[in-house]
Design a protein around this ligand. Structure first.
Ligand SMILES: NC(=O)c1ccc[n+]([C@@H]2O[C@H](COP(=O)([O-])OP(=O)(O)OC[C@H]3O[C@@H](n4cnc5c(N)ncnc54)[C@H](OP(=O)(O)O)[C@@H]3O)[C@@H](O)[C@H]2O)c1
Length: 338
């Protein structure tokens, strides 16, 4: 089988090397998945660049996100059968409850991931996919989808219909957050650094869109227009956090998904602003398999389709990474199956 592996030589995207391996056979609790598509997340470029906090296993097959069909199962497998359509779970061993060091392993980092012709997974590391999704669409949910879902549903309170949710930019997490917030009956404000994307954000359901270069002090503008944002899905990090705080309602919640930007700058809390606020700042880290299954159930019920920016052939994985890394995307960057 053809797969990409993370080699020690080289830098950044050049560390991705195409290899030929024998097709593995499942042991009693494993499933063999013929991968039909994969997709990229920010952490995948961080892994190649050596800036991801969890050190990857040398030679690992990258990518947490992928979708495919089960083509062989071990003798003891009960959760799946040949022919089932599945996707992997980001923290493969985290089934439910809270994250802890015993379940920290991640597909495409410490465990082989999805960027190959086949993926060998423990049956506990996968979830069944909704029928209405194409392979390209089905490959986009594991990281960005679940992160957005966890940001909205993982706190003490789920945002109520009519409340305001703020999304930042047009990456995978932000667009899933926009779509899920609309499913929940919330109103969505979206900010983008590219005004030309405003119409597409509105078409996805955003009730209010602000182009940040036109309105650099967008926090106060949003606060005035909405009465204060109830929940911010903060994917912008240091560049946007101060304005997100200004935009927040007195008892708003900010789910901080990005603490440092790619230049290593950290989020700082502007004391003068936070002194006047009772907002809660919290974090989530993708989510558990039960969270993934709950999200996929909502996706199936609402026949939700993810937004795909571009699809690259398997042989052009390096190009896909380059396109993703330059940052100007609208939704998920997908790589076709081998
Ligand atoms: N904690 C977690 O569990 C978790 C999980 C997944 C991702 N994350 C983090 O969430 C962030 C989003 O990830 P992603 O994969 O969805 O997307 P991404 O590729 O990191 O974000 C791309 C989007 O960010 C916007 N952007 C680019 N430069 C910007 C700037 N200077 N200021 C504000 N926005 C800017 C752009 O939207 P516009 O062109 O519309 O501005 C672009 O479409 C990443 O930092 C990632 O590390 C965290």
């Amino acid at each position: 089988m053809r797969n990409y592996r993370l080699q020690e030589r080289g830098e950044g995207i050049d560390r991705l090397a195409l290899r030929e391996d024998a097709v593995p056979q499942p042991s009693p609790y494993q499933i063999l998945v013929r991968v039909r598509a994969t997709s990229l997340n920010r952490r995948d470029t961080m892994i190649l660049n050596g800036t991801y906090p969890l050190p990857p296993r040398p030679g690992v097959i990258p990518l947490s996100d992928g979708a495919g069909e089960v083509v062989a199962v071990g003798d003891a497998v009960r959760r799946f059968a040949v022919g089932d359509r599945v996707t992997g779970s980001y923290f493969a061993r985290w089934i439910d409850g809270r994250l802890h060091p015993g379940v920290i392993d991640q597909l495409g980092c410490t465990l082989d991931g999805m960027l190959g012709e086949y993926a060998l997974l423990d049956e506990q590391w996968a979830a069944r996919l909704p029928d209405h999704l194409s392979w390209h669409e089905a490959a986009t949910f594991t990281c960005a989808g679940l992160t957005a879902w966890s940001a909205l549903t993982g706190g003490a309170e789920i945002p109520k219909p009519g409340q305001w949710v703020l999304t930042i930019g047009s990456g995978g997490v932000a667009l899933f957050a926009l779509q899920f917030a609309k499913l929940m009956g919330c109103r969505v404000a979206a900010v983008t650094s590219r005004g030309e994307k405003a119409d597409r954000l509105r078409a996805l359901g955003a009730d209010l869109v602000i182009a940040t270069p036109v309105t650099p002090e967008w926090g106060m503008k949003l606060r005035e227009a909405t009465g204060g944002i109830d929940l911010v899905v903060e994917t912008g990090g240091p560049a946007t956090f101060p304005q997100s705080l200004i935009a927040s309602a007195l008892y708003g919640r900010i789910v901080l998904l990005t603490v440092q930007d790619q230049k290593g700058r950290s989020v700082e809390i502007p004391g003068a602003v936070y002194q006047r606020s009772l907002a809660t700042i919290s974090r989530v880290f993708v989510g558990s398999r039960n969270g993934l299954e709950a999200m996929l159930a909502a996706v199936a019920t609402h026949r939700l389709k993810p937004v795909i920016d571009r699809v690259f052939p398997f042989a052009e994985a390096h190009e896909a990474y380059r396109h993703f890394q330059q940052g100007d995307v609208f939704g998920k960057v997908v790589i076709d199956g081998a």
